[in-house]
Design a protein around this ligand. Sequence first.
Ligand code: DUT
Ligand code: MG
Length: 602
Amino acid sequence: MYKTRDKIKWIWTNMEGFHAIYILGMIGTVIYNVLQLVVPFFSGKMIDMYLTGEDAVYNMEHHRNFFFILLGVMVGATFLRTIIVYVSCMAYEKGSQKVLYKVRSFLFEKILRQDMRFYSKYRTGDLMTRVTGDLDAVRHMIAWVIRAVIESFSLVMATAVYFFIMDWRVALAILSISPVIAIIIAQFKKHVAPRHKMLRERLAELNTDAQENIAGNRVVKAFAREEYEKEKFDKSSRAYAEQNEKTALTWLSYFPYVETLANMLPSILLLTGGIFMIAGTMTMGEYVAFSGLTWAISNPMRQVGNVMNEFQRFQAASDKVLEIYYSEATITDRPDAKDLTERFQGEIVFDHVSFAYPDEEAVAPVLRDISFTIKPGETLAIMGETGCGKTSLIQLIPRFYDPYEGRILIDGEDIKSFKLTDLRHQIGLATQDVLLYSDTIDGNIAYGDVDMPEKDVLKYAKYSAANGFIKAMPEGYDTIIGERGVGLSGGQKQRISLARALAIRPSILILDDTTSAVDLETEKQIQEGLANLDFPCTKIMIAQRISTTKNADHIMILKDGKILEMGNHEELIRQNGYYADLVRLQLGEEVLASMLAGKEGK
Ligand code: DUT
Ligand code: MG
């Protein structure tokens, strides 16, 4: 998907600040691999000078000191090599951790800033895999694969040069196997690359399965589907294990060829070296140096499968990481978006708005030609049967989605002309399904402003009729509520989420069925709280109960994405349409009749 060159560039950019250290690490790798040649080189020299050469006895007697110098150099080189290995490994680690950290923070922020379309495209488990496992494969590339490549490459190159200097004929004979290796590796790569791609998919599926089951454990339990879910998970788990095995075993079908070639090296050397030694064109010392170095060719050969495997793992994983890294939200600030310095007055206008969920514009418009105006401080209640588009409508105001036709104006300005964060800062939203964080109640209410004084937290809890039950809890506002608010009733969660929405003192408050789970008495308290807020605020509330909506300045009845009726309570009663039917259904024929007679208008 992405080119390897671009990926390396991408890693490089993300390593900013560590470039020097990383390059030092790479240079270190080259140096210590070249140093590996020192020992065989000097052993060859020692053998020729002091053991098998013509002047061996003479040298031993008259140049004894030089013998010890050679020995010292060998020991010193080994010691130096150890230090360089240590330092350069540190450099790779540091560089890779730096990239990991930087990219992970970036990805997280990127994911946070995505729009709703993104969240409907990617599953949570998949995203989690990308920022953890997949990203770690990228780190492994920086910390290990690159080092292994440089190591093998510098070792082979240095050895080759050394071989050619010693005896180009033997060197040629030994290196004649390299084209064969290149062919094997190319074949292997073709074979293993798609398997790594599959492997990443399997891992994402496995994590998604685990995540959905753990998050949805209550549903699993309610339906006693543990066995079924366990089997489903086992299946993904097995699929992953099998794919893993298949990928790992791929090398096994190539390994024998490489191993055979590697084992041929000493034979080639024995043959050619032997011939040249008999012919007298090669010394014993040279032969020892050669044979002491065949590993410098054969080890990298054996390593190459491993490196290629890891490299393909990086290729597959980094494609997944980069997909998120470069993904762009479709709903973004316009280049000319202006800063909002003041609170909204709160006038909201929908001007011929039509909306469909992304990619479905042609097939399934969810809202059609919606136009209305609400003045600052007014309350709009939206009613209508399930699926008619209520939630979709309110989601357009904080621009979770953009309509495909028409405009939405706040205080006379298109909402697209504001910066997204500014716009959203002014909107308090309590969503239909409540999500609370695993934090204290206090922390949840003050989510939009962590420094909020306690008395303010209390105030907003009172507005939303939550103070009573919170105070009754053993640790009051410091009670930690579990993930998703386990330990609270549905109505309690709704009230905390309402307090959270109020706590940002929004100029526009949007409540999506926020009082559906509270009793009528509590709801009345909430209504009073909302009517007496100590800040001006335009309110939009989706609700099903007449008791919630009847005092609103405007009541909108949505049907199939269109406005069926709109007006205040009295007007809609007089229209005797859908709303009047609702009153009849919820409050009874008599109440409706008396309302019609105007006795109980308000
Ligand atoms: N819809 C989608 N994708 C979504 C959400 C909803 O296609 O991500 C469809 C389902 C439905 C229509 O849009 O046919 C309107 O959904 P909405 O959630 O706006 O309905 P609602 O009026 O809020 O229903 P409820 O009272 O059940 O909350
Ligand atoms: Mg809804």
